[in-house]
Design a protein around this ligand. Structure first.
Ligand code: AMP
Length: 388
């Protein structure tokens, strides 16, 4: 017997479908906002009582491994997620009872940098050179093997530049590994990239694929500051091809985002693409799809998770996004300026202020590239950059 729907069904307003989400942060909030007009009810499992999704979804406030909470998720049509480190216990409790998209096998890869890189190579995608560091003996000769300069990253649990140390000498490598607690790491070769770009791919259980556009990203202190989408980027076809290969090879069900380093290519964009990392979900760089016209990345993930028909979700107009991080005194964004800037739309997540914390973003859309770039400069001046 299947588990009954977790939602009471009012005869006059029967939801078309229900979607469970593991995690209740801003990504879950925006997934739920995209699900609403589709008639999809969203049920979130999240331990934090103040998590952003509480405003627009039903939230079970419990640990991710809570048996009663997981039991309720089993009554949904499908379960998706907003973060990669879903406890194995939670996945085991859901397995065979409700489709989890992306599924456990893909998550085991994407949450572990070394496994992810090997699986990317298996799918025919290139990465920066790397060496796995698991024991002190692995440090010998590692730096030379990646080109003499690199970044040491923990295999698990790193994000937004956390769990990373830049390495330029053997002494720094030894000290860096100690600073990271001697946990399993990868030493990546330093990539002198021309640009950082990203592209999302959605795939439903029937194997239907859909793609987002190629988005250019600028990070500051390891955290995304600005994303830019211009139709017709010369690197888009190559990025789509790589995303297709990985999605098919990894049997993706759901949505994932590939972050790339583009190597300098003959003075203009279009050089070789190395995959930096894969997020098994919507991504900060894709927030501009909320306002660029067409389908958003959030609707694409909802549809793919439910095995609904898909369509490409590249924006229809030039657009950009600037993140709003918690500010220091005297550095608060110019809110009236943001409200008045033509084509700008503010998205706040309802999180408590804390310096450096992602609190929201502003999307900007314009009819042409010149107008977008001009207004983006104005927007960036209205949101002071956060200096850690
Ligand atoms: P990550 O958490 O791996 O996405 O790293 C955060 C940011 O650090 C990236 O977006 C890059 O700007 C920079 N970074 C990470 N790895 C490398 C690398 N191997 N070479 C050069 N820059 C890197």
């Amino acid at each position: 017997m299947s588990t009954p729907s977790p939602f009471p069904q009012a005869a006059s307003h029967k939801p078309q479908a229900s979607l469970g989400i593991l995690g209740g942060g801003q990504l879950a909030q925006m997934l739920a906002l995209a699900a609403l007009p589709l008639g999809v009810r969203v049920l979130v499992l999240e331990p934090d009582p103040h998590a952003p999704a509480r405003e627009c979804a039903e939230v079970i406030q419990a640990p991710y491994t809570d048996p009663a909470g997981l039991e309720r998720l089993c009554g949904c049509d499908a379960v998706t997620l907003e973060f990669e480190n879903v406890p194995t216990l939670a996945l085991a409790a859901l397995e065979g009872r409700v489709p989890v998209r992306p599924g456990g096998e893909l998550l085991e890869r994407s949450k572990h940098r070394a496994r992810e890189k090997l699986a990317l190579h298996g799918a025919g995608a290139a990465t920066a050179p790397f060496v796995v560091i698991e024991a002190a003996a692995d440090l010998d000769g590692a730096l030379e093997r990646v080109g003499g300069r690199g970044v040491l990253k923990t295999c698990e649990l790193g994000y937004d530049g956390k769990g990373q140390v830049r390495i330029g000498s053997q002494a720094e490598l030894e000290g860096g590994w100690a600073a990271l607690g001697h946990v399993p790491c990868v030493l990546e070769g330093w990539v002198s990239f021309g640009r950082e770009v990203s592209l999302a791919v959605a795939r439903n259980a029937g194997g239907e694929l859909a793609f987002g556009g190629l988005i250019e990203n600028v990070h500051q202190h390891g955290v995304l500051r600005t994303s830019l989408y211009l139709p017709g980027d010369p690197a888009e076809a190559r990025a789509r091809d790589l995303a297709r290969r990985v999605a098919q090879d990894w049997q993706l069900e759901g949505l994932m985002t590939l972050e790339f380093f583009e190597l300098p290519g003959g003075g203009g964009p279009g050089g070789e693409l190395l995959v930096n990392e894969v997020a098994p979900r919507v991504h900060n760089s894709g927030h501009l799809t909320q306002d660029g016209g067409g389908l958003s990345q959030f609707e694409a993930q909802v549809r793919a998770a439910l095995n609904w028909p898909l369509q490409d979700f590249a924006p229809l107009l030039p657009c950009a996004m600037v993140n709003i991080l918690g500010w220091r005194q005297g550095q608060e964004p110019d809110w009236p300026g943001i409200y008045r800037l033509s084509g700008a739309r503010l998205h706040l997540y309802g999180k408590a202020h804390q310096p450096g914390r992602k609190l929201g973003h502003v999307n900007l859309v314009a009819p042409d590239e010149g107008t977008l770039r001009r207004r983006l400069s104005e927007l960036e001046a209205l949101i002071p950059a956060f200096i850690p």
